[in-house]
Design a protein around this ligand. Structure first.
Ligand code: SF4
Ligand code: SF4
Ligand code: SF4
Length: 272
């Protein structure tokens, strides 16, 4: 039973958030929302432990469409970073602010970039592309993420400073157009750089939150040096270029790890 501790702990964490928000905000939606996400992600980890090949994809397909189609399009909640700024500026601790606090700001202290591996609706599509393992060397253009982060912030600032009416409607369309742009850029880069996760590595503004917080993550892949035979397979199969044999927090690309477990699945000596 010990091996099922991780999915059980994740489910318990999400349930704690679900019940706390349900009671404090007096809104049953939060109980449903976080229970559903917690169940989906825990199911993905559980299936992975049971050696089901498409475990992570199952979690992505359960959470991604729910957030993109149901919350974003049907309920009209902008769950992108612009939505986070918008709700933050209006002083409302709802929707995108709660989502960001749980999945992208404080959650990564516990589960690192699990969001990126199991729940993100952008990566859900990118992971279907043919370049799962990067085929070209890493590019030195990670600075673009700070630019996109600043643009999203300035865009929402400008809406407030200009006292534009109907911001709710604008945020809805910003969500639709933003997602179309993310998919277009993400798919183009994946083919241009022969790397499905190029968008995540260089463009995604959310990594400005995710990377520093996941540096301190409780949950991380560790290498048992006594078992490692330095075959390098873990490095070759890693979609994010992490040097997982280095146990230090400052290991190469350590904050890029999306906890996909491809490295541990492929390690011939079970060192990971
Ligand atoms: S880096 Fe951005 S686009 Fe990629 S999985 Fe994470 S949140 Fe999604
Ligand atoms: S795959 Fe396993 S044995 Fe090979 S280098 Fe990585 S940790 Fe070591
Ligand atoms: S292969 Fe291993 S090190 Fe690389 S992203 Fe997946 S879990 Fe992290």
């Amino acid at each position: 039973m010990k091996k099922y501790f991780l999915p059980a702990a994740m489910l318990a964490l999400f349930e704690a958030v679900a019940v706390t928000l349900w009671i404090t905000k007096d809104n049953l939606f939060y109980l449903f929302n976080f229970s559903y996400i917690g169940l989906s992600v825990s199911l993905g980890v559980f299936l992975f432990i049971r050696k089901y090949r498409y475990a992570r994809r199952a979690a992505q397909l359960l959470v991604g469409p729910y957030m993109l189609v149901y919350l974003g399009i049907i309920c009209g909640e902008n769950m992108q970073i612009e939505g986070f700024w918008y709700y933050l500026f209006t002083g409302v601790f709802e929707a995108a602010t709660i989502h960001y606090a749980v999945a992208k700001i404080f959650g990564p202290l516990f589960f690192g970039r699990g969001w990126c591996g199991y729940a993100c609706w952008t990566a859900m599509v990118l992971d279907f592309l043919p370049h799962r393992i990067p085929e070209t060397p890493e590019k030195r253009i990670g600075w673009i993420r700070y630019f996109t982060f600043a643009v999203s912030f300035l865009f929402v600032c400008a809406l407030f400073l200009a006292h534009i009416g109907g911001i709710e409607r604008i945020m809805f369309w910003a969500f639709i157009i933003g997602n179309v742009l993310y998919y277009a850029v993400g798919i183009t880069l994946a083919f241009a750089f022969k790397d499905n996760r190029a968008f995540c590595k260089y463009i995604c503004p959310i990594t400005v939150f995710l990377k520093p917080m996941s540096y301190f993550s409780l949950l991380r892949i560790k290498c048992d040096k006594s078992k490692c035979v330095s075959c390098g397979k873990c490095r070759r199969v890693c979609p994010m270029g992490v040097d997982v044999t280095d146990n230090s927090r400052s290991r190469k690309n350590g904050t890029e790890c999306i906890l996909c477990f491809e490295c541990s699945k492929n390690c011939p000596t079970d060192a990971l």
